[in-house]
Ligand binder design. Structure first.
Ligand code: NAD
Length: 354
């Protein structure tokens, strides 16, 4: 891993190594692009085996945040942070307050929030040392858990997909195949249930599956067999890389739309989906609800205004499909182009204000 070479290839601005031996903090903050505004992205805590693994993860994730914010029309750039450690055993107040000091040292170029392995409590500790943290509890003027707005946003993207591929935006009676009933997937299933959709789902946690059978009448599926299930929408809501040269040939749903980040294992998978006639809602377009909701916390949190912006995920998804048609490119490429053009247009405008 040669971080500077990687940064030059993908236009990253800054990589910050953070070490505080006294509290056991080893962390890395990556700022990809601040053309549109300060970089915002979650802190992820994982027991990375090697430093290279952590560096690659933070660089890759920060770039994805730039694209997500740009397509969603937010005045934000892309950033991310990783803490090398085990979230089950290594968390202390001192560790997160130390992390908060590093975030503060960047003077607002990076705004921290939750990601995998991090809770609202951890962000509260971070925020004791920096004003540049969001995702605080509603009781503290924050926007709370980002999962419900993410689920709501995915639902809007699904409606755009259904209108485009199935001839009607109604999800009533449609079969939605959900992989992963976690924070986002479960609430998405609830919203779909309210829409009258039929939900088939899997999760490696049997308790959550039992609950979903009782509460929302889902049909449980075998974890391995999920790619072969006949339905209307396949919804990856567990982890990334699930759309690849092994799974795509098996898919029997004409639409893929879910909340997981980095669903395509490689760029070529977008073309694989298109060749099979499967409509793909690019992940960072469909799952932008969390960051959209968080962005409202930067001013003063207004749930109504946030909801309006979440509803707009539908029109953003439609624009991506129109662009793909017009330029005969994949939907993934179309979403990238929309993001890149917005960033370039603002970059050009910058010297006027310098
Ligand atoms: P989560 O950890 O709450 O849920 C993931 C679920 O997937 C868990 O219930 C887990 O048991 C299940 N799972 C794991 N492996 C599985 C497998 N092989 N088959 C089926 N189920 C499996 O996470 P989450 O917050 O719901 O996020 C889900 C995805 O959405 C992640 O990729 C995350 O990065 C992405 N995302 C989340 C948000 C957010 O606001 N939480 C926002 C944008 C994107």
């Amino acid at each position: 891993m040669k971080p500077l070479e990687y940064m030059a290839r993908y236009n990253h601005e800054q990589l910050v190594y953070c070490s505080d031996k006294g509290v056991g903090l080893r962390a890395i903050i990556a700022i990809h692009d601040t053309t549109l505004g300060p970089s915002l992205g979650g802190i992820r805590m994982r027991p990375y085996v090697t430093e290279d693994e952590a560096v690659l993860d933070v660089l890759r994730l920060s770039r994805a945040m730039t694209y997500k914010a740009a397509v969603a029309g937010l005045p934000l750039g892309g950033g991310k942070a990783v803490i090398i450690g085990n979230p089950a055993t290594d968390k202390t107040e001192a560790l997160f307050r130390s992390m908060g000091k590093f975030v503060q040292s960047l003077n607002g170029r990076y705004i921290a929030t939750e990601d995998v392995g991090i809770t609202v409590q951890d962000i509260e500790w971070v925020s004791q040392e920096t004003e540049h943290a969001v995702g605080l509890p509603v009781s503290q003027g924050g926007s709370g858990d980002s999962s419900p707005p993410t689920s709501f946003g995915v639902l809007q993207a699904m409606k755009a997909c259904a209108a485009e591929k199935l001839g009607s935006d109604s999800l009533k009676g449609r079969i939605i195949v959900i992989q992963g009933l976690g924070k986002v997937g479960y609430h998405l299933a609830e919203l779909l249930h309210e829409e009258g959709a039929r939900i088939m789902a899997t999760d490696i946690n049997p308790q959550v599956v039992e609950r979903a059978i009782k509460e929302i009448n889902i049909t449980p599926l075998n974890t391995e067999g999920i790619y072969d299930v006949v339905g209307d929408i396949f919804s990856p809501c567990a982890f990334g890389g699930v759309l690849n040269n092994k799974t795509i040939p098996r898919l029997k749903c004409p639409i893929v739309c879910g909340c997981a980040n980095n669903q395509l294992l490689e760029e070529a998978d977008a073309l694989r989906l298109e060749r099979r006639g499967i409509l793909y809602a690019p992940d960072f377009v469909a799952n932008a609800g969390g960051i959209i909701n968080l962005s409202f916390e930067l001013t003063s949190y207004d749930p109504e205004a946030a909801r309006e912006k979440l509803l707009a995920i539908r029109s953003t998804t439609e624009k991506v499909f129109q662009r793909a048609h017009k330029e005969k490119i994949t939907t993934a490429r179309a979403a990238d182009r929309i993001a890149e053009e917005r960033i370039e247009a603002v970059r050009k405008m910058r010297p006027i204000y310098l």
